[in-house]
Design a protein around this ligand. Structure first.
Ligand code: GTP
Ligand code: MG
Length: 321
C-alpha cells in the first residue's frame, strides 16, 4: 500500500529513491524534468525512456506521487486542492453562471452538440480568455490548442482579442497550436505536452474534437471496445494534466441529432456518450431561435442541471442583447 507521506521530504529528482545522478540525467534528458512530469508517467513509458526496469520505474513514480500528495490523501488536502480551482470566463455571463463561474481547472469540460452549434467558437473564445488577468475572468496563462479537424482560425482569435482590447499579435503568440492528424498523433501530443505546459504556463488545453479521429478510425460495432479503450487512455491523460498542473481541459464532441429518433433525447444516440468515466462538466449545445445558442449543463459532479442562452457574434461569445 502507498504511504500517505514520505518520511524524507522529496523536492527534487535525486531525492527520489533509486534515482542517482545518472538516472536523474537520463530522466531530464528524456523530458522528465520535474516531479510533476514523473508523477503522470506510466512505468512502461519511464522504463523505455531511461532503461531502468519497470519495477524500479514504478517505485520512482509512486515516490513522486507521494511527494506531490497524489494517491491516498486525507480530505483536508482535497479541500485545500479544491480551493485552488480557478475558472475561465466563457464570455457569456449566462453560460458562466450555470458552470459555477466559468470553465474549471482541475477537470475536463466536455461540450457536445451537432455541427455549427458553437463548440469550436467556444474553444477559440476560451483560448483568448484564459490569457486575461484573473480579475477579468482569465488565468494569466497560455492555451494549448490541439486541432483534430483543421478548423482553427487565427483570424477569429484576432477578432476576439481586439474586442477585448488585447494585442492581437500577443494573443496569437500565447496560443500554442498543434494539428493532430490521427488518433495516435492526438494521443502523442497530449502525452508529450507536460514540458510545454510547465515552461509556457499553459492554463488551458483544448482538444477539438476529441472523438473525431477515433470514430473515423474505429468504425462499426466490432471495433467499439478497442476505440473505447484508447479513448479512455487519452481522457485519463488529459485528466492527469488538469489535476497536476491545475489547468482547464476543454474538449468537444460532435453528436449528430437523429431525425429518426422519436423517443427520448435524439442526441443520446450516435456514439456520443463515450466520455462517461472521466469526471467533469458536460454541456449539451444546440441552436436556438434567431441565431441563439442554448447550453444545457447535463452532468456535473456538483452543479445542478441548468440551461443558458448565449450568442456568437463577430466579437465572440456573448450574452444576447
Ligand atoms: P462542428 O465542428 O461542425 O461540429 O461545429 P461546431 O459546433 O464546432 O460549430 P462552430 O463553433 O464552428 O460554429 C459555427 C457557427 O458559429 C457559425 O455557423 C456561425 O453561426 C457562428 N460564427 C462563427 N464565426 C462567426 C463570426 O465571425 N460572426 C458571427 N456572427 N458568427 C460566427
Ligand atoms: Mg467545430
Amino acid at each position: 500500500m502507498q504511504k500517505i507521506s514520505t518520511d524524507k521530504k522529496v523536492t527534487t529528482l535525486t531525492d527520489l529513491p533509486g534515482v542517482g545522478p545518472a538516472t536523474a540525467e537520463k530522466l531530464i534528458g528524456s523530458g522528465y524534468k520535474s516531479l510533476e512530469a514523473i508523477a503522470i508517467a506510466t512505468p512502461t513509458e519511464l522504463a523505455a525512456a531511461t532503461g531502468i526496469s519497470e519495477k524500479a520505474a514504478q517505485k520512482i513514480i509512486i515516490a513522486a506521487r507521494n511527494a506531490l500528495q497524489i494517491g491516498f490523501k486525507t480530505a483536508d488536502i482535497i479541500y485545500e486542492q479544491r480551493l485552488k480551482v480557478n475558472r475561465i470566463t466563457t464570455g457569456s455571463r449566462n453560460l458562466d453562471r450555470i458552470l459555477g463561474g466559468g470553465v474549471e481547472t482541475q477537470s475536463i469540460t466536455e461540450v457536445f452538440g451537432e455541427f455549427g452549434s458553437g463548440k469550436t467558437q467556444l474553444a477559440h473564445q476560451l483560448s483568448v480568455n484564459v490569457q486575461l488577468p484573473i480579475e477579468a475572468g482569465g488565468l494569466n496563462g497560455k492555451a494549448l490548442y490541439v486541432d483534430c479537424e483543421g478548423t482553427f482560425r487565427p483570424e477569429r482569435i484576432v477578432s476576439m482579442a481586439k474586442a477585448l482590447g488585447l494585442d492581437s499579435k500577443e494573443t496569437l503568440k500565447n496560443i500554442i497550436f498543434a494539428r493532430a492528424y490521427n488518433s495516435d498523433h492526438q494521443m502523442l501530443i497530449i502525452e508529450q505536452a507536460k514540458d510545454i505546459i510547465e515552461t509556457e504556463n499553459v492554463k488551458l488545453v483544448v482538444v477539438d474534437s476529441v472523438t473525431g479521429h477515433f470514430r473515423a478510425e474505429y468504425p462499426g460495432r466490432e471495433s467499439l471496445a478497442e476505440r473505447q479503450q484508447k479513448l479512455n487512455r487519452h481522457l485519463h491523460a488529459l485528466a492527469r494534466l488538469a489535476d497536476i498542473f491545475n489547468l482547464a481541459v476543454f474538449i468537444t464532441n460532435q453528436v449528430m441529432s437523429r431525425p429518426d429518433a422519436f423517443f427520448g433525447d435524439p442526441t443520446q444516440a450516435v456514439g456520443g456518450h463515450v466520455l462517461f468515466h472521466v469526471p467533469g462538466a458536460r454541456i449539451y449545445l444546440r441552436k436556438g431561435k434567431g441565431g441563439t445558442r442554448i447550453a444545457r449543463l447535463v452532468d456535473s459532479p456538483y452543479l445542478p442541471q441548468a440551461e443558458a442562452i448565449f450568442i456568437i457574434k463577430e466579437e465572440g461569445v456573448r450574452d444576447p442583447e
